[in-house]
Design a protein around this ligand. Structure first.
Ligand code: SAH
Length: 325
């Protein structure tokens, strides 16, 4: 579906009035961009919500250093009659207000984003053995390679993010023939719990690498849906289930390996529950951890009852593997 964006620019001192007028008329969903927020975010990079701060925000913050006091509010209107009449209403409410400028723009939707993303997604080797490929590309695996076919939709996790590939590399060390950290065979069959499964990629990699079954959990409905589709596409329905949930709340799965590519503070929160579900020797792989958080996450993992086995690094990202004491 197409949308019309109404972009409202107002000076800081009139922006509250603009928001109040809009709210009063029932326009309660808008995106506010305040350059000072970007400065604030960039300066509080250690706050967990912003672990995934991107260059764009940093750049916006730098630009805002020039003390821009223009605040932008964006409203979206659907392309149908109702949307367009609401748009007219919003425009007439705001036009003529002091220090306020209005721009409308036609905009595409998610499918446009998906299309852009598709241009960049080629079969990609993640780790030693796993190759991730989109459905529309043919790929002939070399000997020993395992292929995951994936159309990520809007969910995070094409397998191309550093944190994802480090988790796959860690899984490769624990699973499958010739795995580096050889697994106690009396513990087979192996069950893997993937917390924050996204597209389901880590659950799928685990099963392809030799786990017997996996359970993926995600808090995001879209991720749950996309993960289910990807698992079916790869013919792994019988071995992987996906559930909607918050971290490990209410989960009694008793896995041998837990993999959680979340972010530092969520990993810290998750660690006691992970410890309670893993038997001694059980493996806990975590990522989404920025370098500056490495020490605090390691400490939380150790305090929960694990020994750290290995820390993988890729740029500013870390993945920590630990073993249950
Ligand atoms: N495992 C995938 C996706 C990682 S992105 C990969 O490695 O590529 C992190 C995922 O965790 C997102 O899909 C997000 O929806 C999910 N998530 C975030 N907070 C969560 C929570 N509290 N409980 C469960 N899942 C969560």
């Amino acid at each position: 579906m197409k949308y019309t964006e109404l972009i409202i620019k107002a000076k800081r001192n009139s922006s509250e009035i603009v928001q109040a007028v809009l709210l009063e008329a029932g326009f309660d969903s808008m995106q506010i961009d305040d350059p000072l927020d970007a400065v604030d975010i960039a300066e509080h990079r250690d706050v967990y919500k912003y672990d995934y701060i991107n260059e764009e925000i940093s750049r916006a913050a730098e630009e805002a250093g020039s003390a821009d006091d223009t605040i932008t509010a964006t409203l979206y209107f659907t392309d149908d009659e109702e949307g367009q009449s609401r748009l007219t209403e919003a425009v007439s409410l705001l036009s003529g207000m002091d220090g306020v400028s209005l721009v409308t723009e036609e905009t595409g939707d998610d499918s446009e984003w998906l299309y852009k993303w598709q241009e960049h997604f080629r079969p990609t080797k993640v780790g030693e053995r796993i190759v991730v490929k989109p459905g529309w590309e043919d790929y002939e695996p070399a000997e020993g390679e395992l292929v995951i076919e994936m159309d990520p939709g809007m969910a995070f996790g094409s397998g191309l993010h550093e944190t994802t590939s480090m988790c796959i590399k860690a899984l490769e060390k624990d699973l499958g023939d010739g795995s580096e950290r050889s697994y106690d065979p009396s513990r087979y069959p192996i069950k893997v719990l993937d917390v924050g499964t996204g597209t389901g990629i880590l659950a799928m990699a685990a099963v392809l690498l030799g786990a017997d079954e996996a359970l993926g959990i995600d808090i995001d409905d879209e991720a749950v849906r996309v993960a289910g589709e990807n698992i079916a596409k790869n013919g792994l329905e019988g071995r992987i289930s996906i559930r909607h949930g918050n971290l490990m709340d209410g989960i009694d799965y008793r896995p041998d390996i837990i993999v959680a590519n979340l972010m530092a503070d969520l990993v810290i929160m998750l660690s006691p529950a992970a410890a309670s579900q893993l038997a001694p020797g059980g493996i806990y792989i975590t990522s989404g951890i920025l370098d500056i958080k490495e020490e605090s996450v390691k400490k939380a993992i150790e305090d929960a009852g694990f020994d750290i086995i290995e820390v993988l690094a890729d740029g500013e990202w870390r993945a920590i593997t630990a073993s249950r004491r």
